[in-house]
Design a protein. Sequence first.
Length: 320
Amino acid sequence: MTRLYGGACRTHIKRGDTVARYPRDMRGQADMVDALTPCQEFSVYTALQGEHAPVVLYMDNRIIYFKYDNGNVFKYNELDDICLSYLSYYIQRIHSLQLPLPYTHTTRRLHTYKRVLKNAHMLYPPIAIAIDWLYHNIPNFTPVSLHGDYVCNNVFDTGLVLDWEFAHMGDFHEDLAWFLLDIWHCGSLDNTQQQYFLSEYTRRTQQPIYPDRLYYWTVFCYVRFATIATQQYKRSLSLGSLDLHITGWRVHQIAHILASRYRMGGYTIDKNTVTYPTGTQAITCFFKNLVRVLTGTLSAKNLLHSTKKAVSIYVYRKIY
């Protein structure tokens, strides 16, 4: 039994030629915002029938079982023009599919994001201003099938795309903006690569990319990422996970990005209004994990990995 890749609200365990996709919380707690239920996700895999997705076998007690694929995922820091061309092909194919996906109005999604951030006391001024701007500038679009989490780590070189728990109907610019975000821990694209990827998408679909809509959905995706990171942070408080705790600190990085790079109409942002919490909670999580190592419920390797991430975040904050 081997643990493989995992997403925000699912994880994968390999047993022989079968991969089991488990909800991260088997107690039935609420998943991430925008996430499909396991039953909804199973219906999507069934509709795909192995096209750009793993071949689904069956579902039992909220656990989805697939055939194992031994391909390799793409990596942002290893992408050339050929890889970008393939990635543009896969995503335009997804956008052309007819899938049983839900559609949630953008206003309702923004309301949910704002509530989650506010309840966690992470609705920092740049993010609050961004949400307000997003409320008043929702673009018109024709809904298409979106993957919702289209990043390199979820795409195999065999053409299979993983982690469909965020699939929904929406503006195709949202998927493109999510892929082009520069906050992924695995890297990001430079400007030349971004333009090539978008030009390949346009060439294949004959669908023009509208800069104003791409700009809107980029800001939207930053807010969405901050919301997911906030939920991961809240989960860390109950699980004592330093990894999830550090993921929550990405909210502050996003607040700085919105404050320093984006000008949203007449809205002004002062990046100096963003404050960081003390490291007390991170240190508490570290000692909780240390106790778990001593009791044999956590490996020393995982503790070392979490500590290295904590140090890197600390260094980032000092440099930033």
